[in-house]
Design a protein around this ligand. Structure first.
Ligand code: URA
Length: 426
């Protein structure tokens, strides 16, 4: 593609005009062929971020990104894919896949790395020694066909141009654009090819969508796009005004997710996973009642079936299963410091974004994270433990108690927050 075309496409969007289908196809191809350089990709992404994309452009971009690599198909399977728009403490994928797979769903999953302050699944699962997130496409397909489950990172083979965009958006402050998020997520879902897709759209201060209305608008838009490609879809809008579960930070989140398979705790994670399971069940069964689904779900955990499934999965991807059998091995060598309340009252709010960034910092520098003892609405007394900060080299962690300023405690009582704001199948 001649350089003039690249510049023309960038300036079209810079000058607030719409790109044609051909423009988008040309630009995506030029990224795939290595003709457009990072500065040009950044410029176009920033122009899209600032000036937006209309529905037609978003649809075209989604299709071109999906078509930039190979596409898988799971037509003969009860396949399910779940995607979260990203949150703090969101370890759902690792806990969810064995649950779905224990119930005969087939779950081919390509997950991302951290984006902005939100956590990434891949950094977490890679903490299991030996676990290989980079299976070749044919090994991935073989594994999923054989055992019903697989979790890999984004590869050069599936939606490769989306992978380039994802990295550059993360370095250019162009993450929080509804249309770029939509095309990023929808293109990967189309390329991975599951028949049923469920979106967990986070809503609140720790989400890319700050309130219910923007989350709902995004949910409607992404479902509309997926239905154009004949996909069965569902969405959940879930609250992200406090971290999901108790743990934030890669190692602790992995620990919490693997423990969930043993004990169905914490309750919030269980509710989210139950909803995803129930919607998947409804998508593949014409008749059902809620009690029946709830019993089937509870049964999946009996006799440690979900743990056995996770062991099979982790072993197949080269990981050491002892961490699934006993997640406490993940905490070996970690020390903790307590963060205590400096006054009595009720927890009113948490600065989730700052908590997310702190989780990254603790993960990167101390191989640690945070375990919360409180959530919004809890009553606490001065001196109670609000949270523990975990890490190696705990001496250097001392003084790192800015977490206290991220938890707002007031005298007046405060309601607990509902996690699931809406759950719908289309
Ligand atoms: N998750 C993605 O895969 N892409 C985004 O842009 C945001 C969340």
């Amino acid at each position: 593609m001649p350089i003039n075309d690249i510049l023309r496409i960038i300036s079209t969007k810079r000058d607030k005009s719409a790109l044609t289908k051909d423009d988008i196809a040309l630009f995506v191809k030029s990224v795939k062929d290595g003709v457009a350089d990072d500065s040009q990709i950044s410029a176009l992404l920033m122009a899209c971020f600032i000036n937006g994309l209309n529905d037609e452009e978003t649809l075209c971009l989604t299709q071109e990104l999906a078509n930039s690599g190979s596409k898988l198909s799971w037509k003969d399977f009860m396949s399910v894919d779940k995607h979260s728009t990203g949150g703090v403490g969101d370890k759902t994928t690792i806990a969810l896949l064995p649950v779905l797979s224990t119930y005969r769903f087939v779950v081919p999953k390509m997950a991302g790395r951290r984006l902005s302050y939100t956590g990434g699944t891949i950094e977490k699962i890679e903490l299991i020694p030996g676990y290989n997130t980079k299976l070749s496409m044919s090994d991935f397909v073989k594994q999923v066909e054989k055992i019903g489950i697989g979790l890999i990172s984004q590869t050069e083979e599936i939606a490769p141009v989306e992978g380039v965009f994802y990295k550059i958006r993360n370095h250019t402050s162009t993450v929080e654009s509804g249309q770029l998020i939509l095309s990023s997520i929808a293109s990967k879902k189309l390329a991975v090819g599951s028949n049923f897709i469920i979106f967990d759209i986070k809503s609140g201060a720790g989400s890319l969508f700050s309130d219910y209305n923007t989350s709902k608008e995004f949910a409607d838009n992404i479902c509309k796009v997926m239905r154009k490609f004949d996909k069965k879809v569902s969405y959940i809008i879930s609250d992200m005004n406090q971290p999901l579960g108790r743990c934030v930070g890669n190692r602790l989140e992995l620990w919490e997710a693997l423990n969930f398979l043993h004990n169905r705790k914490p309750y919030s994670l269980d509710r989210l996973i139950y909803n995803i399971f129930a919607n998947s069940y409804k998508a593949y069964h014409d008749s059902f009642d809620e009690d029946e689904i709830s019993n089937i779900y509870a049964n999946l955990f009996k006799g440690a079936k979900t743990v056995s499934k996770a062991i099979e999965w982790v072993k197949n991807q080269g990981g050491d299963p002892k961490y699934v059998e006993n997640p406490d091995y993940l905490l070996d060598g970690l020390e903790k410091i307590e963060i205590s309340a400096t006054k009595s009252g009720y927890v009113h709010s948490m600065d989730v974004k700052k908590i997310g960034w702190l989780g990254h910092y603790l993960s990167d520098n101390f191989d640690g994270g945070i375990v919360f003892r409180v959530s919004i609405g809890d009553r606490i007394d001065k001196g109670d433990a609000l949270a523990y900060i975990y890490g190696r080299k705990v001496d250097q962690l001392k003084g790192n108690d800015k977490l206290i300023s991220y938890i707002d405690i007031k005298d007046l009582s405060c309601e607990k927050r509902e996690l699931i704001l809406e759950s719908k199948i289309l």
